[in-house]
Write a protein that binds this ligand. Sequence first.
Ligand code: GLN
Length: 212
Amino acid sequence: VPVVGVLALQGDVREHVSALRAEGADARPVRRPEELADVDGIVLPGGESTTMAKLAARSGLLEPLREALRAGLPAYGTCAGMILLADRLVDAPPGQPTVGGLDITVRRNAFGRQVDSFESGVELAGVDGGPLQAVFIRAPWVEEAGPGVEVLGRVVGGAADGRIVAVRQGNVVATSFHPELTGDRRVHALFVDVVRRHLAEQAGSVQSEHAG
Ligand code: GLN
């Protein structure tokens, strides 16, 4: 059973833990560096990215998270979590640190103050069964994505038509919206599958090392 941590410094941790458990993962909160060492994948929840980044730095998790992602640990970020996974930010407080790992530029609170939150159907590449009901809460969007980034979903219609709100780069997935709040677990299922495949690949390469 894949062990999937949820960064539990701030934000909607419980909702992610339940969704991951329902998809067959051993989900557990991660608050300390030692706990990060035990997981096969990590979820960065929604919440407030400035606060989360500060708490991550204070609890000594920021650098270990960066290293873990560089070493290939699968990660999934929703909303504030997407902000933390971005290599570059716009409209963030100067010096707000990120974990990084995704070659994207993310704009914080991109949809504007007048539309604090809204819902919209978003079709995701690689997710069957029709559009997801995407819940956006003071959400970011992806302003620019590097060549190695796969765009999984965009807003359709309205003032933000065409804006990128879901991406994947290797084992790292991010959405501007919050599937953990809707009971639709298709993105969590996708992520648990990413973690399972990564585990299987690692087991395979360990085996061939021993065989060789
Ligand atoms: N606006 C928040 C931030 O900048 C993100 C909001 C959310 O996670 N729902 O961190």
